[in-house]
Design a protein around this ligand. Structure first.
Ligand code: UD1
Length: 343
């Protein structure tokens, strides 16, 4: 039987590269489109070393619709798209809102228009727990109300989900699963692919590993006066490989017509809330390395605490995050060490 072909936008990025590996391992053909604005072409080598297969790759910006249309002429057998490609830095989005609205929404609209022209193609969309803001009830379920976004980045995810729903209302042939990620961290166990932030990391774990390896002097912990057990913020940190595997499950659900509605939403998290200070303890336990840190003021726009109710994803997708926090942190550390030894 011919392999099913999946288009992975943003496939050289952090989550995209890990998902491409899992798709190839499960027997899919992968075509990656990426403009390399926040990723490295070297990730293709990593994917090839891990899987033995080099995915097809096209470098262009998804805001250019004609290029996407041409891609579908070149690969008319694409059955589904996983749309990762987007800008994702919360702080930058506050400074450059129009860049975020243009990038994240134009690319999605182009993807949906091309799907209208190719009606059998379905979509898995990268959404985020950011759509919940600070939930009133924890753990947060998919039914929780959407709160006003606290950044333009978060707003692009909310608007994107609305654009998808309106598109489906007008064209019921379009099938989409939106996956709301909590905090993906860690790296593939081979350490051949991982998270590669440009410049000073904005996210916690790359800052932790860069401090541990001596690239940064000190981690700033943003606040210890929150209403949590130790005063630092709480998140739901999920191993990126567990997250990647959920995408394969979602893709199979769509291409095998097992979806129960044309727009489905699933939380992807572990169900465990972990504080920033607990992360630092767990990192030391997992790696033996103590991270130098100081407590500083709260970061504007941070949510105090959020973690996932994973029951719907677990029951309906038959998927569950498997890795322990320590394994996950060790994989992030192995990647940092491997990457710095090569670069
Ligand atoms: C946020 C969004 C998420 C988005 C991601 C993209 C929420 C709940 N989540 O993740 O949807 O995809 O940005 O970047 O809005 N921290 C420090 N010191 C640091 C860095 C972080 O203490 O140097 C703390 C933060 O205050 C936070 C935690 O670590 O409590 C995690 O921060 P980060 O990794 O940036 O992710 P989120 O802000 O949770």
């Amino acid at each position: 039987m011919a392999k099913k072909r999946i288009l992975v936008t943003g496939g050289t990025g952090y989550i995209g590269s890990h998902t491409s590996v899992e798709l190839i391992n499960e027997g899919f053909d992968v075509v990656i489109v990426d403009n390399l604005s926040n990723s490295s072409i070297d990730m293709l080598d990593g994917i090839e070393k891990i899987t033995g297969v080099r995915p097809d790759f096209e470098q262009f910006d998804l805001c250019e619709r004609d290029k996407l249309q041409n891609l579908f002429k070149k690969y008319p057998d694409i059955e589904a798209i996983i749309h990762f490609a987007a800008s994702k830095a919360v702080g930058e989005s506050v400074e450059k809102p129009l860049l975020y609205y243009r990038n994240n929404l134009t690319s999605l609209i182009n993807v949906l228009e091309v799907m209208n022209e190719n009606p059998k193609v379905s979509l898995v969309f990268s959404s985020s727990c950011t759509v919940y803001g600070q939930p009133d009830v924890l753990p947060v379920t998919e039914e929780a109300p959407i709160k006003k976004a606290n950044s333009p980045y978060g707003n692009t995810k909310q608007i994107a989900e609305e654009i998808i729903q309106d598109t489906i209302a007008a064209n019921p042939a379009v099938k989409t699963i939106a996956l709301r990620y909590f905090n993906p961290i860690g790296a593939h166990k081979s350490a051949l692919i991982g998270e590669l932030p440009l410049g000073v990391p904005q996210n916690l774990i790359p800052f932790v590993t860069q401090t541990a390896i001596g690239l940064r002097q000190q981690l700033s912990v943003f606040g210890n006066d929150y209403n949590t057990t130790d005063g630092s913020c709480i998140r739901d940190y999920i191993h990126v490989v567990d997250l990647a595997k959920a995408h394969v499950v979602a893709i199979k659900r769509l291409v095998e017509n097992k979806n129960k509605a044309n727009f489905e939403i699933f939380n992807l998290g572990t169900g465990n809330g972990v504080s920033v200070l607990e992360i630092l303890n767990a990192f030391e336990k997992a790696t033996g390395v103590k991270v130098n840190y100081k407590i500083v003021d709260r970061r504007a726009g941070d949510v105090e605490q959020v973690w996932a109710d994973t029951r719907y994803a677990n029951d309906e997708l038959g998927w569950k995050a498997q890795s322990t926090l320590e394994e996950t942190l060790r994989s992030a550390w192995d990647w940092e060490k491997y990457y710095r030894s090569k670069n």
